[in-house]
Design a protein around this ligand. Structure first.
Ligand code: SF4
Length: 554
């Protein structure tokens, strides 16, 4: 058969297993990794067409397969491909789902970081802005409404699988099984049983793999994200990675994943861990040699232009300034970059709350040194040209007004640093040590909380012009539009900042937003998927905008 024939044959092949995620997870976001936060934005701030075409355009596809995809989907794809073969597993953009699901397809797997739009910071953006439901929730429900979801066996998993682990919710959304936790070992066995027609419990708990049981990815990831470790080890009580065992991938494993990304045209790699500076560490102190070896190895891979770290810990920066400098100099001398970026967590300015909920965060120093650790680490990051996006948490269990005032003072001390500070409200997440505590909402915010919020936004608005400068100068119309939209949003926020800094809410509304808690639409028409597939399901379904997509008040 000639080349075209082969291509057609390949194009017509419909795999047994198709993996996807909602649209907000299947975009490279035009401004890069930090703009990915906007998947948490509520609807109604900018027009949908602009958001999904300019701000977060779909990742490109080849023969229906997504060229870049969420790292979690890629790992599941790799685990399944080892058992069923590469041709039988495809990761696809939701817009290609109907095209890629054929009569041979039996299982649709769905991954998600926040299916219902209730994790931080989505819940906070929705509650504060009150303009509509969050995009991630809207797009997830839209995905679940597709006719193929009623015809095939649907399995949901990923970070936010806990949000769906309830049989009533699963029934309404046409989800047959929910897989909780890590999937490398459990998911292939589960899919084998489904394909063999065996009866399984509907909610299945994953088993943690050892590092050498985690396969290499077979396709490129969004933002060139490559996992270097899993788990954290610092043990904060509100956090879910804190519950995972700390494991490190080998440098060769990481290099292979980087090369897979380079082959797909990625020039920028984000090394994913909870703290890149503790790669390979046996205790709390970094193993400098292993960290440097990793960065040198990745930087030497042909085709790489930039490296970033998804997260670093401020305490590691503070206690190891020499390592930060060495990593920075390696990247700046070996690559075409003069700054690095990472996310980090401040969470609070209160040493009392650090001691109560996250004692490990300051280690090897005691909690009382937390303010010094944060301010010094921000200074060190600035000195080494690191752009840093940090989170703060309002409403941790047991918080007092004095704790919030200490946070306000700390933000004051960070003035002038090139950083974004994202204030978030505490969300009680299943799987964390605080999962029985109540989440914090806007309705519970005190004047001190508003002051803190105002200070953080004020800080960010001062940094924004610096970040926007690059885009203002470009001649590309989409980048120009994007920069204008960002400026317009910043101008809108400015109006409210002074009010907040005085301790006043920006709105007279006192109840929580009606969009905060999702009301799950009932998308189920029949329990018998195999029977349903005999019918033309399209005619049985209502279009999304006629469904009862209301969201109840708390
Ligand atoms: S340091 Fe960060 S990742 Fe680690 S447990 Fe604390 S919040 Fe979680």
């Amino acid at each position: 058969m000639n080349k075209i024939g082969n291509t057609l044959q390949k194009t017509n092949h419909r795999p047994k297993i198709v993996l996807t995620a909602d649209e907000t997870m299947m975009s490279k976001y035009r401004w890069g990794i930090f703009v990915g936060f906007s998947s948490c934005m509520p609807r109604g701030i900018i027009p949908d067409w602009f958001f999904f075409n300019v701000w977060s355009p779909p990742t490109p596809s080849e023969n229906g397969r997504a060229r870049y995809a969420d790292f979690g989907l890629r790992i599941v794809e790799a685990s399944l491909a080892e058992v069923f073969g590469e041709d039988e597993v495809a990761v696809v953009h939701p817009r290609d789902l109907e095209h890629m699901v054929g009569s041979r397809t039996e299982i649709i797997g769905i991954g998600g970081h926040d299916f219902m739009g209730i994790n931080p910071p989505t819940s906070e953006f929705v509650d504060m802005l009150n303009t509509g439901p969050p995009y991630n929730r809207v797009k997830f429900f839209e995905l679940m409404q597709k006719p193929v979801m009623q015809e095939k066996t649907v399995v949901a998993g990923g970070k936010a699988a806990w949000q769906l682990a309830d049989e009533t919710t699963m029934d309404k959304l046409n989800i047959d099984y929910v897989h909780l936790g890590e999937g490398e070992i459990t998911v292939p066995g589960m899919f084998k049983s489904i394909l063999a027609g065996e009866k399984l419990p509907r909610i299945i708990n994953g088993k943690e793999p050892n590092a050498d049981e985690i396969p290499n990815i077979r396709g490129a990831t969004i933002h060139g994200l490559v996992e270097i470790s899993r788990g954290c080890g610092r043990g904060c009580s509100f956090c879910t990675p804190s519950m995972q065992r700390l494991r490190f991938q080998s440098v060769e494993h990481i290099a292979k994943d980087v090369k897979t990304n380079v082959e797909a045209g990625q020039r920028s790699i984000s090394l994913h861990s909870e703290d890149a500076l503790r790669y390979g560490a046996r205790g709390i102190a970094p193993d400098e040699e292993r960290v440097m070896n990793l960065f040198r190895r990745v930087a030497s891979i042909e085709g790489i232009e930039r490296i970033g770290a998804s997260h670093i810990a401020l305490a590691t920066v503070y206690h190891n300034p020499g390592l930060l400098k060495a990593v920075s100099e390696t990247c700046y001398s070996m690559l075409d970059q003069n700054w690095l970026g990472a996310q980090t967590g401040i969470e609070t300015g209160s040493a009392r709350l650090i001691a109560k909920h996250m004692r490990g965060k300051a280690l090897p120093s005691p909690p009382e040194k937390w303010q010094e650790i944060v301010t010094q680490a921000f200074g060190l990051l600035d000195d080494n040209n690191w752009f840093n996006a940090a989170t703060m948490i309002n409403g941790l269990p047991g918080e007092t007004a004095d704790d919030v005032i200490e946070s306000i003072e700390l933000i004051e001390d960070l003035k002038g640093t090139l950083s974004l500070i994202v204030p978030m409200n505490f969300v009680s997440m299943r799987g964390s040590a605080l999962d029985s505590d109540e989440s914090f909402t806007m309705a519970k915010m005190t004047p001190e909380h508003w002051q803190l919020m105002g200070k953080c936004i004020d800080h960010d608005l001062k940094v924004a012009p610096e970040l926007l400068r690059e885009y203002k100068n470009t001649k590309d119309i989409k980048s120009w539009l994007l920069s204008s939209a960002a400026k317009c949003m910043a101008d809108t926020l400015k109006k409210y900042v002074n009010q907040m800094k005085q301790g006043e809410p920006p709105t007279e509304r006192r109840e929580v937003s009606k969009w905060l808690n999702p009301e799950i639409p009932d998308l189920k028409i029949t329990n018998h998927k195999s029977e349903l597939s005999k019918f033309k399901t399209k005619s049985l379904l209502k279009p999304l905008n006629t469904l009862n997509l209301h969201f109840s008040k708390k």
